[in-house]
Structure formats: structure tokens, C-alpha cells
Design a protein around this ligand. Structure first.
Ligand code: DGJ
Length: 371
């Protein structure tokens, strides 16, 4: 009987090992674009169309929580939050903003809630989440911006309001270009101007979006507007909870989606996509010396095999790399509209060649690629 004890203990040890109780979740040291990315519970990260905010040594990743099947393209749960110290290993922080069970609520369960982005307001000490909202049962016709706030990064976030921005406001023109002449609502010059003028009284459509905080603390909301024909870049109020009415139109009539903005050495950069539903298309990038433009269209930043379809993905955010100067990570989603929960994350390093952006595919990489 006695000599069986070590064997029995060995059996118990192996069982615990198998069930992950002895050693915690595997530690990651690389990004593997397009593969399953497991969180601390061993579950594929569920934060699609997301963005990341860095606060006091921790990164918080917010994104759309998707469920299985095509139903997962609607918001059945809310916005999921994860935290990380190193960007490779993510802890599940739960649902930061929950959809409402009250079907009359703007963020009723089953609505479409996309591309949530969180910024921190140093003056009000609030975390502010903006997102693209489509009301329950109305497809993509509402085209609203939604906002929620929280006292802690991980939430819970309280929904505040949703609306179409900048009702009754005309664009601000830092400079006029042949592609961006003053809109004349007495005689709209093209299709996009027509949509702009149609929506002038009630507010402009706001779909794919991002938010960006400049060095001086001013925040901007960038969104696909005018039936997705034109991007708007709009200043937010000092509390980040509304629009001031100052905004510009970017790349009028050219259908830019999925904007992601960043700043390097005083120059503003933006990466976006074309407009082809869930299917990938070529990425596009822009640069500007002033946030209010003019924004110059610079073509496709992606190079090499797969570059004509953004390697199967669509931009969502650009993140300054930890502890590195002038180093940025391009974050994209590889959508799986038939089984939304299986969407993958394509994060790739951004390279600069004489101030031109370059994004190349890599199966596996880590932050050591940045000098
Ligand atoms: C592309 C957008 O970028 C996504 O966020 C989503 O709105 C899909 N279109 C819906 O087709």
C-alpha cells in the first residue's frame, strides 16, 4: 500500500497541471496577428473594433463584445475591457458598458454599438467612452455618436446620450482646396455636399469613428459621415462629452471608414480604409501639419503580399508603443461576420521611411522591432 503513495501523488500533480491550477496561463512574449489571442482565462479576447488607453502603468483595451453567429454583429452584451502591463498578456476586466434590457433605451440589447474608444479627461477625472450607435431594429440608418462615462478605467460606464453631431453648423475651413471647397447648401456641388446639406438641420451622420487627445488636452472625434462619403473631424468640448460645433470635412466624397489618428513630431497622421462592409479593402493614410487640416491623402501604407486588402483586416486604432519614442502599433480587425466572435486582431508595427508610413505583414513580432 505504502509504495503506491508516490504514484498517487504524481497522478494528482499531473491532473492539476492539466487543469491549469498549478501553473497560471501561458505568458505571451509576441504578437501573432490573425491567431487566437487568449486572455488570462484562456479565452480568445473579445474586444473588436477596439481602442486602447494607457493610464498609470496599465493599458486598457476596449472593444465590441461579440457573440457567436451573425447575431454577434449586433450588441448583445456591450463593451468588453481588458488590462495589460505589456500588451501581450491581457486580463479580462469584464463588461465595461452593458447594453440595456429596456428596449426603449438608446443602447438596448440588440442595437449596433461599434468601435468604442475611451479617453481620459484630466480635468474632470472621468473616463469618457465614445462609440458608433445604431438604434435597435433600424439597421444602419440612425448613424449616431454615443457617449458614456466612468470614474474608473474598467467602468462601469454610464450611458449619457446619443445624437448626430454639429446640427446647424457649417464646417471650419483652415484652407480651401479644390477637393474641399466651401459647401453651398443653396446649390450642393456633389452627392456628398447634398448629404451634408440634407443633415444640416438635424446633425451629421456619425458612423465608423475614433477619438484623439492632442498634447494640449483638446479632444477630437473623427467619424464617417454623409452616408460614409466623407470623414468629419470635430472638436469635443473641454469635458469631452459633446461637440463644440467646430469641425472639418476630410477627403470629401471618397468614402473613408475606420479612422485611426496619431501624432509624431508635431505631424498628425491618420490611417483609414475604404468602404466595403465587412470585406477588406486597401488601407489609406493621410497627414496634416494642423489638426484642422488640410489633410493630405497619401495612398496605401501597406506593402508586400496582402497589402491590397490590408492583410485581410480593417484599421481600428494606432497605439504609441510602450517606452519607445516615435514608435506606433497599427491595430486592425479581421472581421468574421458569419461568426462574429471569431474575429481576429492584426497588430503590426508602423515603419516610417522619410516620413512616409509603411506597414508590412509579420506572422510573429514583438516590441524589440522598434529601435
Ligand atoms: C465596416 C465598418 O468599418 C464596421 O465597423 C462595420 O460598421 C461594418 N462596415 C458593417 O458592415
Amino acid at each position: 500500500m505504502h509504495n503506491r503513495l508516490p504514484l498517487f501523488l504524481w497522478f494528482i500533480f499531473c491532473s492539476l497541471l492539466n487543469s491549469n491550477l498549478v501553473f497560471s496561463q501561458k505568458t505571451y512574449q509576441n504578437f501573432t496577428p490573425g491567431k487566437i489571442w487568449k486572455d488570462n482565462n484562456g479565452v480568445h479576447i473579445n474586444a473588436h473594433g477596439g481602442g486602447i488607453v494607457y493610464v498609470q502603468g496599465l493599458y486598457y483595451w476596449f472593444g465590441e463584445h461579440k457573440i457567436e453567429g451573425e447575431k454577434g454583429n449586433t450588441a448583445q452584451v456591450g463593451v468588453h475591457c481588458y488590462s495589460s502591463k505589456d500588451l501581450y498578456n491581457w486580463k479580462d476586466e469584464g463588461i465595461a458598458l452593458k447594453v440595456s434590457s429596456d428596449l426603449r433605451n438608446d443602447i438596448a440589447k440588440g442595437c449596433i454599438l461599434e468601435r468604442p474608444k475611451v479617453i481620459y479627461n484630466k480635468k474632470t477625472r472621468k473616463f469618457v467612452m465614445w462609440f458608433h450607435l445604431e438604434l435597435l431594429g433600424k439597421g444602419y440608418e440612425a448613424a449616431r455618436a454615443g457617449v458614456a462615462t466612468a470614474d474608473k478605467a474598467t467602468g462601469p460606464y454610464s450611458f449619457i446620450k446619443s445624437y448626430r453631431p454639429n446640427a446647424g453648423k457649417l464646417p471650419f475651413y483652415a484652407a480651401l482646396t479644390p477637393e474641399n471647397e466651401k459647401v453651398n447648401c443653396d446649390k450642393p456641388a456633389n452627392k456628398s455636399d447634398g448629404f451634408f446639406c440634407r443633415d444640416l438641420p438635424g446633425g451629421q451622420m456619425a458612423r465608423d469613428m475614433t477619438v484623439f487627445v492632442d498634447d494640449n488636452g483638446k479632444a477630437y472625434h473623427v467619424f464617417s459621415s454623409e452616408e460614409n462619403y466623407t470623414l468629419h473631424l470635430a472638436e469635443l468640448t473641454p469635458d469631452y462629452l459633446g461637440h463644440t460645433g467646430k469641425f472639418i470635412r476630410i477627403y470629401v466624397g471618397q468614402q473613408t471608414e475606420a479612422p485611426a489618428l496619431f501624432k509624431k513630431n508635431g505631424i498628425y497622421y491618420m490611417v483609414g480604409s475604404g468602404c466595403t462592409g465587412w470585406a477588406p479593402n486597401p488601407a489609406r493614410w493621410f497627414k496634416a501639419k494642423s489638426i484642422f487640416g488640410p489633410w493630405e491623402y497619401m495612398g496605401n501604407p501597406c506593402v508586400g503580399p496582402g497589402s491590397e486588402k490590408t492583410f485581410g483586416g480593417q484599421s481600428t486604432h494606432v497605439l504609441p508603443a510602450p517606452g519607445k519614442k516615435n514608435a506606433f502599433i497599427f491595430m486592425a480587425d479581421k472581421w468574421e461576420p458569419k461568426n462574429a466572435i471569431d474575429g481576429r486582431y492584426l497588430w503590426l508595427p508602423i515603419q516610417f521611411e522619410e516620413n512616409k508610413l509603411k506597414i508590412e505583414w509579420s506572422d510573429r513580432w514583438n516590441l524589440s522591432v522598434f529601435k
